[in-house]
Write a protein that binds this ligand. Structure first.
Ligand code: ADP
Length: 194
C-alpha cells in the first residue's frame, strides 16, 4: 500500500504513520526524521540545513528530493510506504509524481488528518516540553503553521483533483484516529480491486 499522509504540524501525522507502519508492515518515511538525523550526525547535508530547519522554513526542494529519492530507491519500498512530511509544496508533489511513475509505484491514497489550529498549537507546546525539538518554540511554530497554510495546503487540493484524497478528523484519541485511517485504506483497497 502506497500512502501519503498530510496534515499540519502537530496534527498527529508522525504518530499515526508510525502506527500504520506496524499495522501494515510497510516503511514509514518521514523527511523530517531523515533531516533531523542528518543534523544530529552533522553530515554535510545536516550542516547546510540546520539553520533553515531551526527557523521553520522549508529545506530547498532539490536537497529534499535528493534525500527522498535515495530513500525511495531502497528495496523495502517495494512493499509500499507511508510518506510523512513530503510533499510539502506543489513542486514537491509534482516531483514525487514523476519519481514514483519512474519507479512504477504511484501513490494510491492521500489521507489528510484534520485538526484545528488551536488544538495543534496546544499539542506542539506539550511536545516541546517533552521532547525539546529545537523547532518547537512558539515563534518557530507560528512560522511552520504559516508555511503550512501557504505552501502545503495546496497539496491537499492537488490530491483531491486526482481523486486520491480522503480527510479524517484528527481530534479523537490516537486509537480512534488510527481506526478512521485504517477504514479509509480498507475502502480504497476494496475500490481498487473492483
Ligand atoms: P512537522 O510536520 O511537525 O512540522 P517535520 O518533522 O515533518 O515537522 O519537519 C520538520 C522540518 O523539516 C520542517 O519545518 C522543514 O524545515 C524540514 N522538512 C521536512 N520535510 C520537508 C520537505 N518535504 N521539504 C522541505 N523541508 C522539509
Amino acid at each position: 500500500m502506497r500512502i501519503v499522509l498530510l496534515g499540519a504540524p502537530g496534527s498527529g501525522k508522525g504518530t499515526q504513520a508510525a502506527l500504520l507502519e506496524q499495522r501494515l508492515g510497510v516503511p514509514h518515511i518521514s523527511t523530517g526524521v531523515l533531516f533531523r538525523k542528518a543534523v544530529k550526525d552533522q553530515t554535510p547535508l545536516g550542516q547546510r540545513i540546520k539553520t533553515i530547519m531551526d527557523s521553520g522554513d522549508l529545506v530547498p526542494d532539490d536537497l529534499t528530493l535528493e534525500l527522498l529519492e535515495e530513500r525511495m530507491n531502497r528495496d523495502d519500498t517495494k512493499s509500499g510506504f507511508i510518506l510523512d512530511g513530503y510533499p510539502r509544496n506543489l513542486a514537491q508533489a509534482e516531483s514525487l509524481n514523476i519519481l514514483l511513475e519512474k519507479l512504477g509505484m504511484p501513490v494510491q491514497e492521500a489521507v489528510q488528518i484534520d485538526v484545528d489550529t488551536e488544538e495543534v498549537v496546544a499539542r506542539i507546546a506539550k511536545r516541546a516540553a517533552e521532547e525539546g525539538r529545537s523547532d518547537d518554540t512558539e515563534e518557530v511554530v507560528r512560522n511552520r503553521m504559516r508555511v503550512y497554510q501557504e505552501q502545503t495546503a495546496p497539496v491537499v487540493d492537488y490530491y483531491a483533483e486526482q481523486g486520491l484524497l480522503t480527510q479524517v478528523l484528527g481530534t479523537g484519541t490516537i486509537e480512534e484516529v488510527l481506526q478512521l485511517i485504517l477504514s479509509v485504506l480498507d475502502q480504497g483497497e476494496a475500490d481498487r480491486s473492483d
